[in-house]
Design a protein around this ligand. Structure first.
Ligand SMILES: *Cc1c(COP(=O)(O)O)cnc(C)c1O
Length: 224
């Protein structure tokens, strides 16, 4: 197996121009993050609040930490002071909490709306109607400390490439519609976070601007 540095460099050389690489370091030790950092990687993704906060404390301050998992409202406060992008906003309640905690930290937190595009029941995410309800609400209009920057989604875990492409194409379409309807010329709504180790080439072909890749960089994860 190749090392982490080689994996990062190879992956970066394959990514289409304008596609951001989020190196998903969940469950991996700080040395692994540093191995990627040393070849220039600065954006890392984590899906557990405690692990993210511990890595933030221990690792270089110019790392941009993305939260990519399901975020519980009572834990937002632990990452609000430093998180660079929250990928998984899937309810008004969560968005309101992020706004409140961002205000306390005296900053604006960039967020992505997570959509349910997979067939599987278990995955979190909004549908287009639920997203519209949030975006049209007075509560959202009153928020000053969150900035919605785009959308995020996960395709079904399957070998059926046509199905994966359909699901990514659907997310791209949702992105275009929401951008047209609610953000107009506002260029800050620009990110489509889709694609993981198993499906990132398909995601890029369907318009991804941000891929979240873990095991292809750091190796398979072991859960204890
Ligand atoms: C773990 C995870 C990834 C990375 O998965 P790999 O298959 O290891 O690349 C991407 N996105 C989310 C939301 C994840 O939880």
């Amino acid at each position: 197996m190749m090392g982490i540095a080689e994996n990062i460099l190879k992956l970066k050389s394959e990514l289409a121009e304008g596609v951001t690489l989020v190196a998903v370091s969940k469950t991996k030790p700080n040395e692994d993050v540093l191995a990627a950092y040393e070849v220039g990687q600065r954006i890392f993704g984590e899906n557990k609040v405690q692990e993210l906060a511990a890595k933030y404390e221990a690792l270089p301050r110019d790392i941009e930490w993305h939260f990519i998992g399901h975020l519980q409202t009572n834990k937002v406060k632990y990452i609000a002071p430093f998180v660079s992008l929250i990928h998984g906003v899937d309810s008004m309640k969560l968005l309101k909490t992020i706004d409140k905690e961002a205000a306390k930290a005296n900053r604006t937190i960039p967020c992505l709306l997570q959509f349910h595009i997979a067939e599987e029941e278990s995955k979190f995410g909004l549908n287009a109607g639920e997203a519209r309800a949030i975006l049209q609400s007075d509560e959202y209009a009153a928020m000053k400390n969150v900035q919605l920057c785009g959308v995020m989604g996960m395709a079904t875990y399957t070998d059926d490439e046509a199905q994966i492409r359909r699901e990514f194409a659907q997310l791209k379409k949702i992105f275009e519609q929401i951008k047209d309807e609610f953000f107009g010329e506002n260029e800050s709504f620009s990110e489509i976070s889709m694609g993981m180790s198993g499906d990132y080439p398909l995601a890029i072909a369907e318009g991804s601007t941000m891929v979240r890749v873990g095991s292809r960089i750091f190796g398979a994860r072991q859960y204890h």
